[in-house]
Ligand binder design. Structure first.
Ligand SMILES: Nc1ncnc2c1ncn2[C@@H]1O[C@H](COP(=O)(O)OP(=O)(O)O)[C@@H](O)[C@H]1O
Ligand SMILES: [Mg+2]
Length: 435
């Protein structure tokens, strides 16, 4: 249906909504088949994923008059407004009641599931049953609603709207970038990996902020740098380093310099991950998310990597930062605590949950003894030590790659999929059989 054209991607959901809208529009066809008219649908998912947009397309496609109920004013008799909306819709039936952002109907300071507003919605839905009033609702957090409201009978279908990923995300980004003054030397795949899991609203915000950066510098076009900088701010809440960019390269060979250590450390993580699963690194950056950390790498699991392999990659890549500093400057990395915590968590899970080293290690809090806990911890430590030796080997044989990556990172401050591919072209990674 052309009404849904505005929505990019989400083919399966659009088909589902198109079908239900058709039932409302051409009810005679379905009544002749003895079908009961659907009573309502609830769209739920994070803010900005397009629920309100889908709802408004649905209303248009159904051809029915809609009565919107949205809490956009803090005061006033909202319960009365809910009742009146349903009454009005019942008078003009067949019609639609659209409850937008229903989880905001209660006052935020009393988020009670049995609040008067929800009880009212419930009784109104029950009252209009059989009167040809279709109820369409959107919510950000479905857990805020009382179970009685989400159980079958009140809404026929609960449809989850997830943030776009993979090809879908690429399509949406492409759409948003169209008609913008862009001069990007980065491919769609690289951007969509960086934005992976972000909502359309985030995407809009990123492109807007990139435009502000460009305008502020009086540039004619939005460039790759503006886009990446905006992604860092909006999606990862990360800030660029305060140091001058020119200094990164200048000090790169100095192991006492914090930034050279950060650059080699992050390059070490990324090198190991790429070696074990090419394409897994979304980006490497020296932007920082917290005051006490500098730089980070993000990984992209396109759900083709099975969980056991993914956990092993995360352990090995997690040790890569420390191994790179060890190999480059011969120093123990004092900034690797967070990596260690994470590596241990992954390893303990492999031992206890996946029983990688035998079923006897399986976690059972009711009967496990302190001795068993100790044994598991010791096993984890010795395995991590063994993994670390392997990681050092991987870094040694790929020493040139590490250098190239560190130099590029120092030059650009951030590397994405395309940049990593470029380095691989001139210096292929030497694989080591381990996984
Ligand atoms: N799949 C999509 N295709 C096109 N635009 C979208 C899509 N999803 C969201 N948008 C746009 O993103 C913004 C936020 O969407 P909205 O429907 O308000 O989200 P929600 O109701 O889930 O918070 C709107 O400008 C909307 O038009
Ligand atoms: Mg909305």
């Amino acid at each position: 249906m052309k009404e849904f054209e505005k929505i990019i991607g989400y083919t399966a959901i659009k088909n589902e909504l198109t079908q239900i809208a058709d039932v409302l529009k051409n009810r005679k066809v379905y009544e002749d088949l003895g079908i009961q008219m659907p009573g309502g649908i609830l769209l739920y998912g994070e803010p900005g994923v397009g629920k309100s947009l889908m709802a408004s397309c649905f209303i248009k496609a159904s051809g029915l008059t809609s009565y919107v109920c949205r809490k956009d004013q803090p005061n006033g008799d909202f319960v009365k407004h809910i009742k009146e909306t349903f009454e009005e819709a019942a008078k003009k039936a067949p019609s639609i009641v659209f409850l937008d952002d229903m989880d905001k109907f209660t006052n935020s300071d009393e988020e009670r599931r049995d609040s008067e507003e929800y009880v009212t919605v419930q009784s109104c839905i029950d009252e209009v049953k059989g009167q040809n009033v279709f109820v369409l609702a959107t919510v950000n957090n479905i857990n805020k609603l009382p179970r009685s409201l989400t159980r079958p009978g009140r809404f026929d279908r609960l449809i989850e709207i997830l943030p776009p990923t993979g090809k879908e995300a690429e399509k949406i980004i492409e759409y948003y970038l169209k008609n913008k003054k862009m001069k990007l030397d980065i491919d769609l795949k690289s951007i969509s990996k960086i934005l992976n899991g972000s909502s359309c609203a985030d995407l809009e915000a990123v492109i807007n902020l990139a435009g502000i950066f460009a305008g502020f510098q009086r540039e004619q076009c939005i460039t790759t740098e503006h886009m990446l900088e905006a992604c860092m701010r909006i999606i990862y809440k990360a800030l660029p380093p305060e140091e001058e960019k020119e200094d990164y390269l200048k000090n790169l060979e100095d192991g006492t310099n914090l930034f050279s250590r950060v650059i080699y450390h992050e390059s070490g993580h990324a090198l190991i991950a790429e070696l074990l699963h090419p394409g897994i690194v979304s980006f490497i950056t020296i932007h920082s998310r917290r005051r006490d950390s500098k730089g980070f790498v993000t990984y992209y699991n396109d759900s083709t990597i099975e969980s056991l392999k993914y956990a092993k990659i995360r352990i090995l890549a997690g040790l890569g930062g420390m191994a790179a500093l060890d190999s480059k400057f011969g120093i123990i990395d004092s900034g690797a605590k967070a990596d260690f915590d994470q590596v241990f968590r992954y390893m303990i899970d492999l031992i206890r949950e996946d029983c990688l080293f035998g079923l006897h290690n399986h976690y059972n809090p009711t009967i496990d003894t302190a001795e068993k806990e100790n044994a598991v911890e010791q096993l984890a430590t010795s395995q991590i030590y063994f993994y670390y030796q392997k990681v050092k080997e991987m870094i040694t044989v790929n020493h040139t790659f590490l250098e190239k990556m560190a130099h590029q990172l120092a030059k650009k401050g951030m590397l994405c999929t395309k940049d990593i591919e470029e380095i691989k072209k001139t210096c292929p990674l030497v694989p080591i059989d381990f996984l």
